[in-house]
Design a protein around this ligand. Structure first.
Ligand code: PMP
Length: 385
């Protein structure tokens, strides 16, 4: 019998993406149906980006830099209390949440827009300021979504490499790479996957040099580093700062971010943004999350203590790592990177191989001290065999 929903006969369902170890095999280049329409050249030219997503729920998830214990219980309670059939029927109204979140970040409601994760913040920034063929400046390696949205937009991407092995921020090289043709500079502070940060003074130098470009400072891991450019948005006209509820707030599933800038810039961003891209539950949850500051403070303190445990443990095993300002550490497992990752996975511990960016590098999310000790016990057995 044919399904009324898909028109397919039962048993004909399309194959799910296959999970191989941790990586989802990227879809092979799709064959167009006869008479099918080709996508834009920019999309044709893109490499598929398929982060591993399956089979993570029952594992110790040290692979995606999430909060490893979950959001404040107050978030779940607020959602349960406020969800109703009537509320779900209404398009989102952001007014109340906007005021609460503005108070939390000490900005005016006109100085930011809610976004569907940081990902949408990057997307609307690029869509608002960068035309097909225009130049953007990125670092390498950095957050994959920077390149992703620039590629979708058909931008010309220039990259400055982090120097090896230290991967400190290559400030002079970035300043030298900024030209009158640069339309946007996208920086993560601290950076993913290196974990290394950049000072506010260095950011100001970039802002001054790139006066004719927009500069995004992605502060997804701000709470762990304490360095922020958010206080400068009222003063510096080309500065944009993004924050997310996916990391310290433990709400990655909700997909909520904020993109901050001067109110005039924010008004333009809003023009290029779908009016309801953020769902009502996400902003409800965020209101409850920012009301529980103690939960966040405690989690940050726990992670910083656990990061010490992890780094000391790595040193004891003679595994080199990059000192981090975030809730993850990039460790150098060399030729054993894949073997170690897979052996940890067999013990239900997930870490993220980054060999495709820095040879032999594995990124380890820092959770609690207890979780870190569990990881180190497993790692020690694997490493010494
Ligand atoms: N920015 C950076 C630098 C990140 O590493 C991540 C997490 N992978 C994010 C943003 C999170 O994005 P989102 O808010 O869309 O979950």
């Amino acid at each position: 019998m044919k399904s009324p929903r898909t028109g397919r006969t039962a048993g004909e369902s399309p194959a799910p993406p296959s999970v191989v170890g941790q990586a989802v095999r990227p879809p092979s280049p799709a064959k167009l149906p006869k008479g099918g329409v080709k996508p834009r050249p920019a999309v044709l030219a893109m490499e598929p980006y398929s982060p591993p997503t399956g089979d993570r729920a029952d594992k110790l998830r040290l692979d995606f830099n999430e909060n490893t214990v979950g959001c404040s219980p107050r978030v779940v309670a607020a959602l349960k209390e406020r969800i109703s059939a009537g509320r779900l029927a209404i398009y989102p109204d952001y007014v109340e949440a906007k005021q609460a979140i503005a108070r939390y970040y000490e900005v005016a409601p006109e100085q930011f827009t809610f976004t569907n994760g940081t990902d949408e913040a990057i997307q609307i920034l690029v869509n608002t300021y960068v035309d097909d063929g225009q130049e953007v400046l990125l670092l390498k390696p950095t957050y994959a979504m920077f390149r992703f949205y620039c590629e979708v937009a058909g931008a010309k991407i220039r990259e400055v490499e982090y120097p090896r092995p230290g991967v400190e921020f290559p400030l002079q090289a970035v300043l030298d790479a900024i030209t009158p043709a640069t339309r946007a500079v996208l920086v993560a502070n601290p950076n993913n996957p290196t974990g290394t940060g950049i000072s506010l003074t260095a950011i100001e130098r970039i802002l001054r040099r790139a006066r004719r470009a927009v500069v995004l400072v992605d502060e997804a891991y701000y709470e762990f580093s304490g360095v922020t450019a958010l206080g400068e948005i009222g003063r510096v006209p080309n500065l944009f700062v993004s924050r997310t509820f996916s990391k310290v707030f433990g709400m990655a599933a909700m997909r909520l971010g904020c993109l901050f800038s001067h109110p005039a810039n924010v008004a333009y961003l809003r023009k290029a943004q779908s009016p309801y891209s953020v769902n009502a539950l996400a902003v409800m949850a965020a209101q409850a999350a920012v009301a529980d500051e103690e939960y966040i403070r405690n989690y940050v303190a726990e992670v910083l203590a656990a990061r010490e445990v992890l780094c000391l443990g790595l040193e004891r095993l003679g595994i080199p790592y990059i000192p981090s300002s975030a809730n993850f550490v990039l460790a150098h497992f060399g030729k054993r990177a894949i073997e170690v990752r897979d052996a940890l996975r067999e013990r239900a511990i997930l870490v993220r191989d980054r060999s495709y960016e820095i040879r032999g590098a594995v990124r380890i999310t820092v959770g609690t001290r207890r979780q870190t000790r569990e990881l180190m016990a497993a790692l020690e057995t694997i490493w010494r065999r």
